[in-house]
Design a protein around this ligand. Structure first.
Ligand SMILES: [Zn+2]
Length: 95
């Protein structure tokens, strides 16, 4: 079953971070709410050395940037949904 990524939103200043830090990188607060981060935009992509696997930067609509495995061939700028199973994955948005 596919699950979705969540990012930490600082309860004091609202700064969003991933992965969840011990303390907010902006204000030091240690209490967070968790915000779904299902959608994003692909940045640069690259192929993993000696592998057919491709990875990409994904600028999450929720704020942080993550590195995700491409689950299908996609070009930078593509709007994607971000999954979280064994790895963080990116695939084209299902309409
Ligand atoms: Zn904060």
């Amino acid at each position: 079953m596919t699950s979705w990524l969540e990012v930490a939103a600082c309860r004091n200043c609202g700064h969003r971070q991933f992965p969840v830090p011990l303390a907010c990188g902006r204000c030091g607060n240690a209490q967070f709410d968790y915000v779904p981060a299902k959608l994003g935009t692909l940045g640069e992509t690259t192929r993993v050395r000696n592998s057919e696997q491709r990875i990409a930067l994904v600028m999450l609509d929720a704020g942080p940037v993550v590195i995700a495995q491409l689950l299908q061939p996609l070009e930078p700028g593509t709007q994607v949904e971000v999954t979280r199973d064994d790895v963080i994955g990116a695939r084209e948005i299902r309409r």
